[in-house]
Design a binder for this molecule. Sequence first.
Ligand code: GLU
Length: 430
Amino acid sequence: MLMRRLADVPAMSEEVNPFESLQEQIDDAAAFLDVAADALVRLKNPERVLETNLTVELDDGSLEVFRAYRSQFNGDRGPYKGGIRYHPGVTRAEVKALSGWMVYKCAVVDIPYGGGKGGIAIDPIQYSDPELERITRSFATELRPLIGADTDIPAPDVNTGRREMNWIKDTYETLENTTEPGVITGKAIDSGGSRGRVEATGRSTMLTAREAFDYLGRDVAGATVAVQGYGNAGSVAAKLLESELGANVVAVSDSSGAVYDQSGLDAHAVKEYKNRTGAVTGYAEAAEELTNDELLALDVDLLVPAALENAIDADLAREVSADVIVEAANGPLTPDADDVLAESDVYVFPDILANAGGVTVSYFEWVQNRQRFYWPEERVNEELERHIVEAFEGLVDAYEANDVPNLRTAAYVVAIQRVLEAYEEGGTWP
Ligand code: GLU
């Protein structure tokens, strides 16, 4: 058979290496803690990274090779945990960064997991459903020795969802000759998924915004909101900010551009329009169309970056007019952007708290899988709210107790202490 090509993987376009950003964030927080130099090396580097080339037959009979990764960053607090993303920009550095953010995210919300992340460098819309199934099953076969309900538990991330999780579960269970739904989370309900999981990332973003406005003594009802990125996290956050808090979503964007209406958009209707047409642009009810950069500069009360890492660098940060940022994406601000925003008194509520709802409800899914006992959605949402509110309180306590420059550093101070405690209690072997 004809071997086509190693999938064209564009070099990472961003100048900022996300893995270096992660390391800088850890260094910033470690400066406020008494961390030994050797422990710091552990905190900043993955334990192991799988890099593999998946050779998969396409519908026309040709073969294509896809580069894929799984990084297991740190397992001191429990099994490695984190999603799998399908995106042309996936690189080893990106997956390493994302896996590290998972470690500190799970620690901030105090769930018993370490952190991991995986990805395939692929633009999934270029492939048919049967091709995507073969690619996913090929990756699952490579992952099989590494993953397991007690070792490493993947989940959805950018461009993956219930369908891909079900394929991975089925491949794993077939090869292992077992039933083990807890090997992966984010599954469809009938395959052992949890109610409330799909909405969980957007829900924790909404809850963080609610707590943030309360903390700052501001009214969230009627607050103007711009959301950059209208995938699962961004669109659910927008809908819940509107429906549960009465906020006024005035602008949303995706890779096609942004739509804006000063009097408010209907977040739900924009999502329906995007589902139908593939883009938010062209939505007829909006007054204006903007670029993504123009959206980021809007004079709104709340800005929610919900797309990819490095969305806001120092230059864009200088243009930000929002008073509060709540990060639904992983790593949307570069460390230089953080510095600029801290100087201009913009409060940034960090990703490792604000988007932690996804992994928190993954944890509930895993608990339900192990008990073979399934919760109603109200219970899921109540437990999620409790975790996020407690984590929020822990974060602002740390912010006020330490002379840290911003809330991100406070979050890492909390998280690093928890990871170090687990490491020190476990000791080193051999
Ligand atoms: N991909 C999500 C995240 O970045 C969820 C991970 C999970 O559920 O394990 O947090």
